[in-house]
Design a protein around this ligand. Structure first.
Ligand code: SF4
Length: 218
């Protein structure tokens, strides 16, 4: 089974507790106003890889030592079959190694729709952050971009590991953004506050660093 991937990174420390594998899926049909990940919107067959190869990367990169997996995008539920295969592979890995990592997934779809259309997928997750990003709502809670987005605990492991974060404030986890340099690309991971990316661009421009292409506008 192939899955379209925008990027993968380890360790991610700003999208869930501990040191995590971050997997960003490619393709999003929702189009929230103000989305800062517009580079993930297009469906792109050139970004497909097999789930087996992705799992192999996860194993090699982490050495099996990590706290969780965060799946974001893009819209993970726009690839439901590939997402099911990925979640099964992660769960098989966890069971085979008797590991205790949690699996957290983001979605821009409403919780009620996911419960109706994708109940089986929800049953494979430990936690979910659903609902579209609403630009006019403030950033109030840890790991969430707008106040309408809940942290939904879906398993015993999810409740044990994540219950303390359901009502946690946006800044209670320390830093909100990680920045990475990859060749000539600089990319960030995390939940920026309103205006953060424009302020970053302005500060860089002032210092003579021009952004050729950015993910928060097309
Ligand atoms: S915020 Fe997420 S769901 Fe909304 S348009 Fe951006 S990638 Fe898609």
């Amino acid at each position: 089974m192939k899955i379209a991937i925008n990027k993968a990174h380890f360790p991610v420390t700003v999208l869930g507790p501990g040191r995590r594998i971050g997997l960003w899926l490619q393709g999003c049909s929702i189009g929230c106003k103000g989305c800062v990940s517009q580079d993930t919107w297009a469906r792109d067959p050139g970004r497909e890889m097999t789930v087996a190869r992705l799992l192999s990367w996860c194993r090699q990169t982490t050495g099996g030592v990590f706290d969780g997996v965060t799946i974001s995008g893009g819209e993970p539920f726009d690839q439901p079959q590939a997402l099911a295969v990925l979640l099964d592979a992660l769960r098989d890995w966890r069971a085979a190694e008797n590991a205790d990592f949690d699996i957290l997934c983001y979605s821009g779809y409403p919780l009620a729709r996911l419960q109706k259309k994708h109940a089986r997928l929800l049953g494979k997750l430990d936690a979910l952050i659903p609902e579209p990003y609403l630009d006019h709502q403030p950033l109030t809670h840890l790991w969430r971009g707008s106040a309408n987005q809940p942290l939904v605990l879906l398993s015993e492991r999810g409740r044990r590991r994540l219950a303390d974060y359901v009502d946690a404030g946006a800044d209670s986890g320390g830093k909100r953004i990680q920045a990475m340099v990859d060749g000539e690309r600089v990319w960030y991971v995390g939940i920026p506050a309103r205006g953060d990316m424009a302020a970053l661009e302005a500060a860089c421009t002032e210092r003579g660093v021009a952004f050729a292409q950015v993910s928060w506008r097309q």
